[in-house]
Design a protein around this ligand. Sequence first.
Ligand code: AMP
Length: 309
Amino acid sequence: MSGIPRGTGTEVENLSVQADDIRSQSVVVARYIRDARRLVEAARAAGATVGLVPTMGFFHEGHLSLMRAARDECGYSVVSIFVNPTQFGDGEDLGSYPRDMEHDLELAAAEGMDLVFAPSAAEMYGGGQGTMVEPGRVAAGLCGRSRPGHFRGVATVVAKLFNIIGPDAAYFGQKDAQQAAVVRAMADDLDFHTRIRVMPTVREPDGLAMSSRNSYLSTDERRQAAVLYQALTRVRQAALAGECSASALVQSLEREIGEQPAVELEYAQVVDPDTMQPVAQLGKRALAVVAARVGPARLIDNILIKRRD
Ligand code: AMP
């Protein structure tokens, strides 16, 4: 946006930004917290509202949709790229998580991001991290049960990012519905002034939710993974046609997903979309959620069911 420093010319001289990145990608990259703070403060002083899109990079259309929303709604848009070690458990894919910083910077530039904040783990956690944010009940089930400590790491890094960037609005994807609910609850409980915006899931043509982890799939696994959304779509149709029993819907998910040998279901549930607690009978709003292992990838998806009643 005009009137707000974009990191070109003199204002980058005292920053630890990478000049090559700036020239070739025309997006400002801050690797250090103090630089990100300084740039955002300058934008705010010039009157801009600030939007933040927290990510782990390896961008796909899902990430880009969040960036577009930030750009449309805020004067100064920041995307963070940080593969956060505290949200990975032992034996998970922290080391092999896909990364492509160069391409990500090109895409962030093309989406008109004003700043990419890409700190190292040492910059974020260099002093150790004695203090962690412990999320409440919303984090207890589903992925919180299968990935102990995961949402603690998520809540902690999001709180740090909120304190570093101070966004007016932050953008998350519905694909990670429990994560969005955890962040919403954290922002509410800890009185962050940031508005939490949750944007629709972006899908491949066959319905598979876009995910950086889809890159782990073989051709056959990729084909079979489409069953997750197909099964979710079918239970939504059944619910809209009058099925009220959550256990009937869960059985339908288990049956259909079970037909694909490469897809090993971890959980299928129907929950309240705000609290993430299981429901027995469907009310006006319910969320059908699934997690599955497909080859080396752990995939999650969900569908919102809104009934008239
Ligand atoms: P990640 O880089 O996987 O941590 O994701 C960063 C943000 O993008 C999170 O808020 C995700 O929920 C969101 N996101 C990931 N995949 C999608 C998708 N297919 N559609 C919409 N948002 C997504």
